[in-house]
Design a protein around this ligand. Sequence first.
Ligand SMILES: [Zn+2]
Length: 623
Amino acid sequence: MARRHTVFAFLLVLFLQPRAFAQTPVAYRLSFPEAAHHLMQVEATFTTVPPGPLELRMSRSSPGRYALHEFAKNVFDVRITDEAGKALAVSRPNPHEWDVTEHAETVRVSYKVFGDRLDGTYLAVDASHAHINMPAAIMWARGFERRPVMIRFERPTGTSWRVATQLTPGNDPQSFTAPNLQYLMDSPSEFGTFTLRSFTAPDDRRTPVFRVAVHHTGTDPEVDGLTRDVEAIVREARHVFGEYPPFEGNTYTFIADYLPWAHGDGMEHRNSTILTSPSSIQADRVDLIDTIAHEFFHTWNIERIRPKSLEPFNFEEANMSGELWLGEGFTSYYGPLTLKRAGLMNLRSFLRAMDEAVETIATSPARQIRSAVEMSRLAPFVDAATSIDQTNFANTYISYYTWGTALGVGLDLSLRDRSDGKVTLDDFMRALWSRFGRPGIDVPGYVKTPYTIDDLKDVLGTVAGDAEFAKDFFARYIEGHEVPDYARLFGRAGILVRANTDRAFAGELTLQDDPTGVRITADVPYGSPAYLGGLEREDVLVTVGGTKVTRAAEVGKLVTSRKPGEPLPVVYERRGMRMSTALTLVDDPRLTLTPVEEAGQPLTDAQRRFREAWLSSAARNSF
Ligand SMILES: [Zn+2]
């Protein structure tokens, strides 16, 4: 009995105390007295701080970006005080943390943060706007992750800046709230002047509002045209899943910065996306809307159908996931597929996107080294990661975007092939949605039912009506090193997969003109004629087939002027030494996807039906 009583008292303390604390929000105020110098001033107030050290942190990672980013490096002029402004003693246990041991119930923090990189991860402040990816800018406190947040954006004097964000509107147009830290960190905010458009698109259950906020150097009619494209993408994507997710606030916001000083990027969030490009709507519409289609598909696939390995997102460590071939790769397959179905991309462009992916996995030596699951786990080293030392990733790594695209089209065509079009990848995605996405959330910003790789096998077995098929597909193509039979699968849709046989090939070399000849500037692919002949990155080709070379373009011509099987003598310079070798040329293994009708062959009725069921719009036929 006594023991029971003790346990009861302990539980009471455990439940009551954090709840009392949990109700006081953390308050942030962002201001821009020196915007032209890329500085943001941040003031944060933590109230009802429990006794014990207050551990203030800058993040080391950002949702959807998998490499470590040391955001603390741009933070300076940090002042930590009590409510009356008296400085508190601070210790620094590591480069990302400020610990306050002695404090009362209120702790105030102020600091400046520098940011001048416009993309989906960093902070970019200038006289035209503040583009705020929260992890790059916001200091937070351990133990306060579940507290609500209030955030206020102060306009620089003389501006009429507005805010585009997925944050919940507060009492005035510059004040917002977030239910907790996860949601705040997932809520990039554009504070500036932008063109805003909106539309609604109903499904059977809801009528969400879609907003398109564009900060660019183009015209308003260009934004109107882009908004029409966005509307077509949104409607088409919805038909894959049958419904829109229940967006928090019933609103989804596309935030685009198309500015000459931006870096090309797209980043998914629960109810919004960041789209950045140095190009313009006028110059690069198809590329920009491909990114839009990709990011919007993420609102289901990764934001709500989420791997357990990424839930919840850890702001202190790199986030490793073996499922990015699905989260990113299938999303990259559905980008062009959505555009093709919505009539925004032609068949040729769609097939070019597919043949790049199929060719890479069919020909890359890296496929034998790591599986698609293992490639996904390399994301912390390749996703906007920087290293000073050389890597040999050109030979040991295939992007999970690329491999995942090839797996997406391979699985889609396999399902259609074996069921005569009755079962498709859309059915698989819809089944994932109903099992892992639709169950929804208990706490906003968190996913209630994340999946594991075994769950995926299970769902694929159910959708295909054949657990053995699912087991086999995973073992051979996703966890193994084999390639689906693309020639046969594309053949069902009347598309030929052709290699350039009888054209000579020395390997896919990256070459650059050099004062002494032609320099190889990237890894020489394992197993290629150039590799087997001993050539290496940084070698300078002097003569090829006896002819002196000075331009990169000449090398390709000298290779293709010979026949596969012929030897090609090469003289080259390596670190000051002159050397020679002979390459044995092979058939060019690179692939192209060509519709049969373009190759002068007949398109059969069965092929036409297969192709139409795969690539035509679901949205246009059903309202
Ligand atoms: Zn993505």
